[in-house]
Ligand binder design. Structure first.
Ligand SMILES: O=C(O)CCC(=O)C(=O)O
Length: 159
């Protein structure tokens, strides 16, 4: 059973603001236990230091003054009520909106759901600003000042 490690997308994307949403779309019917899970309200909480998925549990930013990501998986194994989780059954055509600051993960494949194909679209809006993260280099943002609108020719604008 392979779980998506618990994380926040905001640990990886140098962006601030509240106009920010990911659309999670699965092409199979999924029971909630195989769909993406989130910690309720976590998008309003801390921005944690990220993880490097193939170097767990090393912090993504060794020198950054960011709180360490909690070990949600271990906490849940000890006590399933230790985090207030939400997840939904999904049918093809459903979308789950995930705030990038939400602590999310799970979505294992298993005997019930041996295969899962998922598309994630990332959207951001007018109040999204560039907020550099240590060691995250987006060459197309090089000319942007901290706090400037998060814009680049590589991001198509929806009208
Ligand atoms: O679908 C998944 O397993 C992970 C998707 C995800 O966590 C993301 O796009 O940030």
């Amino acid at each position: 059973m392979a779980n998506t490690p618990w994380h926040q997308d905001s640990s990886y994307i140098p962006l601030r603001g509240s106009h920010w949403a990911n659309v999670w779309i699965s092409f199979e019917s999924l029971p909630a236990r195989n769909a993406i899970s989130m910690v309720r309200g976590s998008h309003r909480g801390a921005r944690y230091n990220g993880i490097v998925h193939d170097r767990l549990p090393e912090p993504l930013y060794p020198d950054a003054d960011l709180p360490r990501l909690p070990d949600v998986e271990a906490d849940l194994a000890r006590d399933p009520a230790s985090w207030d989780m939400v997840a939904w059954d999904t049918e093809p055509g459903d979308v789950i909106l995930v705030h990038p600051g939400a602590l999310h993960g799970g979505a294992p494949v298993d005997a019930v759901t041996p295969d899962r194909h998922t598309l994630v679209l990332r959207f951001f809006g007018d109040d999204a600003t560039y907020d550099p993260l240590p060691g995250v280099d987006l060459p197309w943002m090089d000319d942007q000042a901290e706090g400037a609108p998060f814009r680049s020719d590589i991001y198509p604008q929806l009208r």
